[in-house]
Design a protein around this ligand. Sequence first.
Ligand SMILES: NC(=O)c1ccc[n+]([C@@H]2O[C@H](COP(=O)([O-])OP(=O)(O)OC[C@H]3O[C@@H](n4cnc5c(N)ncnc54)[C@H](OP(=O)(O)O)[C@@H]3O)[C@@H](O)[C@H]2O)c1
Length: 166
Amino acid sequence: MKITKMKNISIIVAIAQNHAIGKDNKLLWHISEDLKRFKRITKGNKVIMGKNTYLSLPVRPLPNRENVVITDVLGEKFEGCITVYSIDEALELCSEKEESFIIGGASIYKQFLDYANKFYLTKVNKDFEADTFWEVDFNDWKLIEEENIVDDPQNDFTYSFLTYIK
Ligand SMILES: NC(=O)c1ccc[n+]([C@@H]2O[C@H](COP(=O)([O-])OP(=O)(O)OC[C@H]3O[C@@H](n4cnc5c(N)ncnc54)[C@H](OP(=O)(O)O)[C@@H]3O)[C@@H](O)[C@H]2O)c1
């Protein structure tokens, strides 16, 4: 597929120190500030996810957002969502004007990385036991925002909200 570099595609993800992002189709932590940030950033926009991530959501579809779910199972549909059957089909739904968010999981992040021009990272400064990992090379990215959270009373680790652009 061509033209995609022009599209307004962002990745949003939380990654542990050991590159872990999930286990047993669940997140590895509960960070209220991260959930609030995720909601604030993605609200009113398109969110694109793989089937596993969709099934992992406690509330689905995610309210106040246009939910796009990707599956290989032709004909499968998810209520209240747009279901697509390939990455190209998902890319066709993304526009230049409106920001579209890739919200996981690992398989979807990896396939969209080259199409994204903005990256919202929550960097969790701890190792977690996991079955799903994603290691990203940020050499091609420019850091434009950084907020370090060092005193979250609900968690025994620190984390940072980092925003990168290409
Ligand atoms: N830390 C974070 O920020 C974060 C965010 C999101 C998710 N996660 C975690 O990531 C884990 C899930 O990741 P995952 O990689 O297992 O699953 P996933 O990416 O959410 O979904 C994988 C599924 O998407 C479909 N798919 C993927 N590529 C496709 C393609 N090219 N064409 C058609 N369908 C395609 C397939 O569905 P079918 O099997 O139906 O074909 C595939 O099995 C969970 O633990 C979740 O909690 C973490």
